[in-house]
Design a protein around this ligand. Structure first.
Ligand code: NAD
Length: 341
C-alpha cells in the first residue's frame, strides 16, 4: 500500500531504492519515462522527514522532467533522484561515489545533474564512478539560457496577450534576483521595460537599483504592485488564491519551478484573464543547455533551440484560447502527445 498507490505514481517505468551502508547513502532514483531517450533530471539532497516524503518528491519531480524535456523538444526522457540526508552536514565524497555506482548499474537509463542541495563539485565525485552525469559546470552555468528562455517567453506572452511587439515601457514585477532572475532583469531592462524588484538579498537589490534603475519593494509587496508582467524567479507555489486575488499583472512569465500552488490555479488564471506561461515550458533553457553539453550536440544550434521556447509558448497560448483551456493543461497535452505511446 506504500508505493503503488502514491498520488504521484503515474506510469513510472522504474523506481530504484539504492543504499550503501559504508557511506550512508539512501537514495531513490525515479525513472518516469524513457520513450524519447534516457531519463535526465537532477539529484536533490534533502533532509526528508520520512521516506514516504522522499518517494513522493522523487515521483513528482521525475514526472515533471518528462513533461519539461518533451515540450522542449529534447531527445531525453524524465527522471530525478533524491538523496535522503542533510546537505549541510552529511556530504562526503563517498556518498556521491556510491550514488555514481548506483547510476552505473542502471547503464545510462538515468542521467543525473546538480539540483537543490547538490552542486557541480558534488557531481564531480559522481562522475568518478559513472559517465551518466551531466552539467558538471566545466562548460558553464545553465542559468543564462534559462533567463534567455524566460525573456523570449515574455515577449511571446506580450505579443499574444497585449498585442504588442515591444517591451518598451512595460512594468515587470520581478521576484528573485538570483542566477536566472538578474540576467532576465538585465534583458528586460535592455528592452525598455521598467523593473520593480524584490529579494531577501540586499546586495542584489542595490545592484539592480544602480545598474537597472529598478524600484525595490518588500518581499510581500511584490504581489500588490501595479505591473504588466509578474516574473516569479525565486520560490514555487506563488500562484495561489491569495496572490491571484492581489496581482495586477495580466501576464505571468518567470523561471521558478512549480509556480501553481495547486493544478486548478491554471484555470483560476484563465478566468481572471491572466496569461500564465507554464513554468516547465518557459524555464527549459537550462535543461536545453545541459542536454546539448552532455550529448555533445554542436552548440551552434543551441541559442535557436532556446529561442524556440517563444514559439512553443505562442502555440500553447493560441491553443488555450481556441480550446478554452488553461495554458497549463494545453502544455501538458503537448508533452503527452510526444512521450505517450
Ligand atoms: P538562485 O538561488 O540563484 O536565486 C534565487 C533568488 O531568490 C536569490 O537571489 C534569493 O535571495 C531570492 N529569494 C529567496 N527567497 C525570496 C523571497 N521570499 N522573495 C524574493 N526573493 C527571494 O536560483 P536560480 O538558479 O536563479 O533559480 C531561480 C528559480 O528558477 C528557482 O525556482 C529554480 O528552481 C528555477 N529554475 C532555475 C534554473 C536555472 O537554470 N538556474 C532552471 C530552471 C528553473
Amino acid at each position: 500500500a506504500f508505493v503503488f498507490n502514491e498520488i504521484n505514481f503515474d506510469n513510472h517505468e522504474q523506481v530504484v531504492f539504492a543504499s550503501e551502508a559504508k557511506s550512508g547513502l539512501k537514495a531513490i532514483i525515479a525513472i518516469h519515462n524513457t520513450k524519447l531517450g534516457p531519463a535526465m533530471g537532477g539529484c536533490r539532497m534533502w533532509n526528508y522527514a520520512t521516506e514516504a516524503e522522499a518517494l513522493r518528491d522523487a515521483l513528482r519531480l521525475s514526472r515533471g522532467m518528462t513533461y519539461k524535456n518533451a515540450v522542449a523538444g529534447l531527445p531525453i526522457g524524465g527522471g530525478k533522484s533524491v538523496i535522503i540526508a542533510n546537505p549541510k552536514t552529511d556530504k562526503t565524497p563517498a556518498l556521491f561515489e556510491a550514488l555514481g555506482e548506483a547510476l552505473e548499474r542502471l547503464s545510462g537509463r538515468y542521467i543525473t545533474a546538480e539540483d537543490v542541495g547538490t552542486s557541480p563539485s558534488d557531481m564531480a565525485y559522481v562522475a568518478g564512478k559513472t559517465k551518466y552525469v551531466a552539467g558538471l559546470g566545466d562548460r558553464g552555468d545553465p542559468s543564462p539560457f534559462t533567463a534567455l528562455g524566460c525573456f523570449v517567453g515574455a515577449q511571446a506572452a506580450v505579443k499574444h496577450h497585449l498585442k504588442r511587439d515591444s517591451m518598451e515601457g512595460l512594468v515587470v514585477a520581478l521576484q528573485g534576483l538570483g542566477h536566472v532572475g538578474y540576467d532576465y532583469a538585465r534583458q528586460l531592462h535592455a528592452a525598455g521595460a521598467k523593473l520593480i524588484v524584490a529579494d531577501i538579498d540586499q546586495a542584489s537589490l542595490k545592484r539592480a537599483q544602480e545598474e537597472l534603475h529598478a524600484e525595490v519593494v518588500g518581499i510581500n509587496e511584490i504581489y500588490d504592485v501595479q505591473a504588466d508582467i509578474y516574473a516569479p524567479c525565486a520560490l514555487g507555489a506563488t500562484l495561489n488564491p491569495d496572490t491571484l486575488s492581489r496581482l495586477k499583472a495580466k501576464i505571468v512569465a518567470g523561471a521558478a519551478n512549480n509556480q501553481l500552488a495547486t493544478a486548478d490555479m491554471g484555470e483560476v488564471c484563465r478566468q481572471k484573464g491572466i496569461l500564465y506561461a507554464p513554468d516547465f515550458v518557459i524555464n527549459a533553457g537550462g535543461i536545453i543547455k545541459v542536454c546539448y553539453e552532455y550529448m555533445n550536440t554542436p552548440e551552434d544550434g543551441m541559442d535557436a533551440h532556446v529561442r524556440r521556447i517563444g514559439e512553443t509558448l505562442a502555440e500553447v497560448f493560441a491553443r488555450a484560447d481556441s480550446e478554452g483551456l488553461p495554458t497549463s493543461v494545453v502544455a501538458d497535452r503537448i508533452a503527452e502527445a510526444r512521450f505517450k505511446n
